[in-house]
Design a protein around this ligand. Structure first.
Ligand code: PBG
Length: 329
């Protein structure tokens, strides 16, 4: 057998390539911080910024120029309290931001809103705490999540992405959206989300680390999944599909390629992977030390997600990838 005949030159390799990544597949996360003026680089994520309310529109304009078609928003409000009030306020940070983005850019950019409470609570957990159970109260959090989804939809969000790992969140949000005139808004579920050490830098960016709490440990293991569990990972995504999720997700991505493939094959649903903060920071750190080549490593990683079964990728590399594609075209 002569495999190498088809590897002999670039044109041949391009011809037989099975998978590729394009900017069409990428979703760029954006952090908006209330009270900040200008932008502030996240020290654990070189090249990634928190944007003030005076600077995020300019950034999004640049992303659009580079060909990026979708963003996912995270808000860092001034007000944090036990039930995440800013997220339930129609004039709150994310509601204001979505309105402003849609007003300025309309359909030139798809606006996805992350729906969770960890950025809005003073304890940094993903919902309302139940002292008796010593965890996040599932059903109380479902109620406020439905309110949050309506706030996002009314502000003009194109898609809602619940990330808090509450049971029955998809059916709850679907019903809330459908009965309030938003049956056209898709839900992208963080359907298989593991409790992961790879989220560390994100929690710097979103200022959403769980704090020392009298009832809860400083981790999310009582609501996010155990990364050792393969079958449960598949069941979680199948459940969300049955509840009406339009897009499923695996998060993190790099250590979970087996899960990505299995969920894609088991559900045949549109599948997103979240190439999370720690995965980004590892590559940036190595590249900034001159140990690896940033661009080729980024393309290899993003391509591998597509090969594993992902249709789309939330990634902090999105702007760099778009810049690279732009300069190559
Ligand atoms: C909110 C949320 C998290 C991420 C996205 N949405 C963090 C968490 O669960 O603590 C992590 C993203 C990343 O690490 O890039 N629940």
């Amino acid at each position: 057998m002569n495999f190498r005949r088809l590897r002999l030159n670039a044109n041949l390799r391009d011809l037989v390539r099975e998978t590729s990544v394009s900017v069409d597949d990428l979703i760029m996360p954006i952090f908006i911080k209330e009270g900040l003026s200008g932008k502030n680089e996240v020290s654990s994520m070189p090249g990634i910024y928190q944007f003030g309310e005076d600077s995020y529109l300019e950034e999004i304009g640049q992303l659009i120029e580079l060909g990026i078609k979708a963003i996912i928003l995270f808000g860092i409000p001034k007000l944090k309290d036990s039930c995440g009030s800013d997220a339930l306020d129609e004039h709150g940070l994310i509601a204001r931001s979505v309105r402003a983005i849609k007003e300025k850019f309309g359909d030139r950019i798809l606006v996805i809103t992350d729906l969770c409470f960890c950025e809005y609570t003073d304890h940094g957990h993903c919902g309302i705490i139940n002292p008796k159970l010593k965890t996040v109260d599932n059903d109380a959090t479902l109620q406020i999540s439905a309110q949050q989804a309506l706030i996002h939809a009314q502000a003009g969000a194109d898609m809602i992405a619940p990330s808090g790992m509450m049971d029955n969140i998809i059916s709850t949000l679907r019903e809330a959206l459908d009965t309030n005139g938003f049956s056209h808004i898709p839900i992208m579920s963080y359907s298989t989300k593991f409790a992961s050490s790879f989220y560390g830098p994100f929690r710097d960016a979103a200022e959403s680390s769980p704090s020392q709490h009298e009832y809860l440990p400083q981790n999310r293991k009582s609501y996010q999944m155990d990364y050792a569990n393969r079958y449960e990972a598949i069941r979680e995504s199948i459940q969300d599909m049955k509840e009406g999720a339009d897009i499923l997700m695996v998060k993190p991505a790099l250590s979970f390629m087996d899960i990505i493939r299995e969920i894609k094959d088991a559900t045949q649903m549109p599948l997103c992977v979240y190439n999370v903060s720690g995965e980004y920071s590892m590559v940036k750190a190595a590249a900034n030390n001159g140990w690896v080549d940033y661009e080729s490593m980024m393309v290899e990683i993003l391509t591998s997600f597509k090969r594993a079964g992902a249709d789309m990728i939330i990634t902090y590399h999105a702007k760099d990838f778009a810049t690279l594609s732009h300069s190559n075209s």
